[in-house]
Design a protein around this ligand. Structure first.
Ligand code: SF4
Length: 241
């Protein structure tokens, strides 16, 4: 079954993150204030995607989740999952679907990509979420040099009974056989392939146009898009040398 994605409102709660993935420029940005979020009662949508950085780091998360629950909105929550069970247990009743960032299917590769030793922790969190009967969608950005990891990540998703969301930028220089592999995943049940048309924005959400509500924020987002593209381009060049 394919899942609809980003058809409703998307709210970016913070740009901060507890990981420092090699492909991501977000954590390199100078600290900034949390994006402003103003939800008007009359204009509420049925579903909200809450994204970061890492939304668990947002000071407003609990308040926002309570508000959305009260308004009977569906919440789709994008996280890397590495937070204490206490935090999960407190907030889980307000979350309907978890999009869990998992760029590798073994601890060593996970450490190389994310700079973090938390692979086993993420595995435990998936088991916990499944035991609570939550829908978990493993979220994987596809890049040219990481595409070989996909079959193992897909096998892990099957083993954990999770759906899989693959997102990529078609403007990147994928080889023919890599494009063929991506297209093969389009035909696999419980896998959704999403095209992100923002070259060089290699971060885990795969969707940079989160809805913002004031001009200052729009300007700041635009500025950060330019900076993230710049950092990613530099990284890409370094990587090629
Ligand atoms: S890719 Fe996602 S999890 Fe990794 S540092 Fe960037 S925002 Fe954080």
């Amino acid at each position: 079954m394919h899942i609809p994605i980003f058809s409703q409102d998307t709210l970016q709660l913070t740009r901060r993150c507890n990981l420092s993935c090699i492909t991501c420029a977000l954590w390199k940005l100078p600290p900034s204030q949390e994006p402003s979020i103003k939800l008007k009662n009359k204009q509420l949508k049925k579903t909200y995607h809450l994204v970061g950085g890492e939304p668990f780091l947002s000071q407003r998360l609990q308040k926002l989740l309570l508000f959305l629950k009260k308004k009977k909105c569906t919440v789709k929550f994008w996280t890397n999952g590495q937070f204490s069970l206490d935090k999960w247990t407190t907030l889980l009743p307000y979350i309907d679907t978890v999009f869990l960032y998992l760029p590798a299917s073994d601890a060593d590769t996970y450490r190389i990509i994310t700079g973090d030793d938390g692979y086993e922790d993420v595995m435990e969190k998936i088991d916990y979420l499944k035991s609570e009967e939550k829908t978990v969608i493993i979220n994987v950005p596809i890049q040219t040099d990481m595409i070989d990891l996909l079959p193992d990540i897909h096998a892990l998703a099957i083993q954990k009974k999770c759906n899989l969301l693959l997102h990529y930028c078609p403007q990147e220089a994928f080889a023919k056989d890599q494009v063929a592999l991506i297209n093969r995943y389009r035909r696999i049940p419980n896998v959704q392939v999403f095209e992100n048309h923002f070259p060089n924005a290699q971060y885990c959400v795969g969707y940079v146009d989160a809805v913002v509500h004031d001009k200052k924020q729009i300007l700041q987002n635009w500025f950060e898009k330019v900076i993230t593209s710049f950092y990613s381009l530099l990284d890409h060049r370094e990587h090629k040398r």
